[in-house]
Design a protein around this ligand. Structure first.
Ligand code: UDP
Length: 322
């Protein structure tokens, strides 16, 4: 019988791609999502959807008692700026919600969790590329919530309750190539969906935040990782947990640095037209360069990103529009 996986936040952008990968890999998938930012259209046939909130302990307990072998937890608020203005929302959803999940797992003897963490746990880079040994010093409340849950998973592990894989994502972009996931993020805060809204006329234009960084062209450099590559790492992580009963913390990135300007230029090339943008002041808290050393994920999981060309990645987003 196929192992049954509970995907918390499985209707969201990354979660829905994880759902797809798990189905393709022969897992049975139950998505648990409050649909606050996720979308029902992202639920594929073959997956079951439970509409529920991770702050509702009864609802989580009910889902957790369905013979779950492993959990993938991506149910979280993720807007960095908002986390600094309304920390209480992040404390409830990301901290209390996640503790509810760990407690429910312990109660129902569900031993395995893959947790969606973030490069935001590192804060300002002391060196580049960032490996997992890099000092941890989040500079925004969102990053703090991710770190706090990593620490709690470490404690629950020490106390014999579970094993975990914490996946520290760099910049997730792209959509499934086969166009099976179509739900767009509402009110996006990240560069790629904002550019796409400009490309499709949903917004007039956009700003590049800062052109005076010490980088190749003055704009910030990030490590853009395709969401299908990210998704594959979750499936591999579950298999690794089941096989080894050990815990791991892994960066997920390509190691390739791409500047904001390069993303904009590549998008113009892919869509075949000019975009309307201007240069605005730096956004506070943005490091100039953030790239990953993700060789540990290769060693532990045998994982490697397939998408390494930024135009290929952008094409998977643009393909949804044409
Ligand atoms: N960015 C930008 N204009 C926007 C949104 C983002 O220039 O409208 C820049 C941002 O300053 C950063 C990069 O794009 O250098 C990626 O930002 P995003 O918010 O997507 O991800 P982050 O790196 O903050 O996790």
């Amino acid at each position: 019988m196929a192992d049954r996986i509970l995907v918390l936040g499985g209707a969201g952008y990354i979660g829905s791609h994880v759902q797809k990968q798990l189905l393709e890999d022969g897992f049975e998938v139950i998505v648990f999502d409050n649909l606050s930012s996720g979308d029902k259209v992202n639920i594929l046939s073959g997956a079951k959807l439970i509409v529920g909130d991770i702050l509702d302990i009864e609802a989580i307990d009910k889902a957790m008692s369905l013979g779950i072998k492993g959990v993938v937890h991506l149910a979280a608020k993720k807007a960095v700026g908002e986390s600094m203005i309304k920390p209480e929302i992040y404390a409830s959803n990301n901290l209390t919600g996640s503790i509810n999940i760990l407690n429910s797992m312990a109660k129902h003897n569900v031993r395995y969790i893959v947790f969606s963490s973030s490069a935001a746990v590192y804060g300002m880079p002391k060196y580049i590329p960032i490996d997992e040994e890099h000092p941890i010093c989040p500079i925004n409340y969102y990053g703090y919530t991710k770190r706090a849950i990593e620490e709690n998973m470490e404690w629950y592990k020490k106390l014999g309750k579970l094993n975990y894989v914490a996946l520290r994502y760099f910049n997730a972009v792209g959509y499934a190539k086969d166009k099976s996931i179509t739900g767009r993020e509402r009110n996006p805060q990240n560069l790629m969906p904002i550019i796409m809204e400009a490309a499709t006329g949903k917004r007039d234009g956009f700003s590049i935040f800062g052109n005076d960084y010490e980088t190749k062209d003055g704009t910030c450099v990030r490590d853009y990782i395709h969401v299908s590559d990210l998704a594959r790492a979750h499936s591999l992580s579950l298999k690794k947990l089941f096989e080894t009963d050990c815990s791991y913390t892994l960066n997920l990135g390509t190691g390739i640095g791409t500047s904001v300007k390069e993303i904009v230029d590549a998008t113009e090339k892919v869509i075949g037209k000019k975009l309307n943008y201007d240069y605005a002041p730096r956004r506070s808290g943005d490091p100039a360069i953030l790239t990953a050393k993700a060789s540990k994920a290769t060693e532990v999981l045998g994982w490697k990103p397939i998408y390494t060309n930024v135009e290929d990645i952008i094409s998977t987003v643009w393909n949804l529009e044409i």
